[in-house]
Ligand binder design. Structure first.
Ligand code: CTP
Length: 395
């Protein structure tokens, strides 16, 4: 990636701080970053921070004699392999969709002949507004790629889609578009992620706290290495990583059917937090109070998706499970490897506060050959390392 360059346009949104982390990830991977900071963007992050992390000058003005003398705006728009807009505000999207060119960022977007990736970030109502959705459709029709937005709590106190995708997800989309090594080209991968939801009655359910972040990051990392990825996901607030086909499911049984439908595959990575049990009799009527507490809810065991894939007729060549443990992590992981019949277990210690739903993970890779402990790192980094290991294994 050492020869690759990204022109990063940072728009004016609270998510602009995430673009500093994105810049750091890109530089760490050897990708050159040339930033353009809009006037509104400079209200949220400083040119100094951006320049220090990018190790390059920050461009801001269209009518700047010094900037134009150094590099004209047309040249700037073509000096990179990819143009990334993060955060892509409603305003920047509207300008780009309509070909406006009143400032450096919009002029660059109009003048470029390079692929463009946008990571939208805005208030949920702005995102859902017909005008923004029209602009989104127009930009997609013009060939612009998108990553996110995610759903979640917003800085403005509202909830819904509009949060900018996490830096690791944008990074992966960029790596996919920059077209680095694609050792998994021609391979099919199946990834399960998120929680499952098991109905107690038509209005109540049993579920768990899985965010899906680790599974989504793995699906994205495999796609970035060229694999054709199907992500079978329980309900999460995340958007599908770039280039990944997502199949939405709720219950464990639906998840198993969707996985079976996605076979044959060369690789299966089961990251979903599948409910081990479901209510035995989820009727179609709401359970009523009737003045007394209901008795215990009878449970029945769910299918084990990892074990089914490992032991099934169409077994993928490499089957990988995750083991979330709170104690004796490696002992349990080894036992799971044998019990489930998979090839590797990625054991993670969820007793560490912040792992469930957080951005970091401390894992150990348990194979039949032994145990490899990885230092604590971002979930995106765990995903990239695992994808590399998978590529090595299937070489
Ligand atoms: N898994 C699965 N289907 C299930 C249960 C688990 O595919 N019904 C997968 C998970 O996706 C994960 C692995 O099995 O890859 C281990 O999940 P975990 O919940 O840690 O293991 P369990 O078998 O449920 O064992 P226990 O709850 O006793 O730790």
């Amino acid at each position: 990636m050492d020869q690759k360059r990204v022109l990063l346009i940072v728009g004016g949104g609270i998510a602009a701080y995430k673009s500093l982390e994105l810049t750091r990830l890109l530089r760490k991977a050897g990708v050159g970053v040339r930033p353009i900071l809009t006037q509104a963007g400079s209200e949220f992050v400083t040119a100094l921070s951006l320049s220090a992390l990018a190790e390059d000058k920050v461009y801001a003005e269209l009518f700047s004699l010094t900037d134009e003398a150094e590099m004209g705006h047309i040249e700037l728009s073509r000096s990179a392999d990819l143009v990334v807009v993060a955060p892509a505000t409603a305003d920047l999207m509207a300008k780009a969709a309509n070909g406006l060119a009143g400032d450096l960022a919009s002029t660059t977007l109009l003048a470029t002949d390079k692929p463009v990736l946008m990571a939208p970030a805005m208030n949920v109502r702005m995102w859902q507004h017909a005008a923004t959705q029209r602009n989104l459709a127009a930009l997609k029709a013009d060939g612009v790629s998108f990553v996110g937005p995610d759903e979640g709590a917003m800085a403005c106190g509202e909830y819904g889609p509009g949060r900018m995708a996490e830096p690791a997800a944008i990074f992966q989309a960029i790596m996919g578009m920059l077209g680095g090594a694609r050792p998994l080209a021609g391979k099919r991968a199946l990834v399960t992620a998120g929680p499952t939801v098991e109905a107690i009655d038509p209005v109540r359910l049993l579920t768990n706290r899985s965010s899906g972040k680790q599974g989504y990051a793995i699906a994205g990392a495999l796609a970035a290495l060229g694999a054709e990825v199907t992500l079978v996901s329980g309900p999460t607030a995340l958007s599908a990583p770039a280039g990944v086909r997502r199949v939405d499911v709720e219950s464990a049984r639906d998840m198993l059917s969707a996985c079976e439908a996605a076979l044959p595959a060369d690789i299966a990575v089961c990251v979903a937090a599948v409910a081990d049990w479901r209510p035995a009799a989820a009727g179609d009527r709401k359970i009523k109070k009737d003045g007394q507490a209901p008795g215990a809810i009878a449970l029945t065991e769910n299918p084990d998706i990892l074990a089914s894939l490992s032991k099934g007729k169409a077994r993928p060549r490499l089957v990988i499970g995750f083991a979330a443990e709170t104690n004796d992590v490696e002992v349990h992981a080894k036992a799971k490897l044998a019990k489930k019949g998979c090839d590797w277990i990625v054991a993670n210690d969820v007793s560490v506060a912040g792992t469930m739903g957080g951005d970091d993970n401390a894992v150990a890779l348990v194979t039949k050959g032994g145990i490899e402990r990885w230092e604590r790192m971002a979930k995106g980094e765990v995903a990239r390392r695992l994808a590399q290991r998978i590529a090595q294994e299937l070489k």
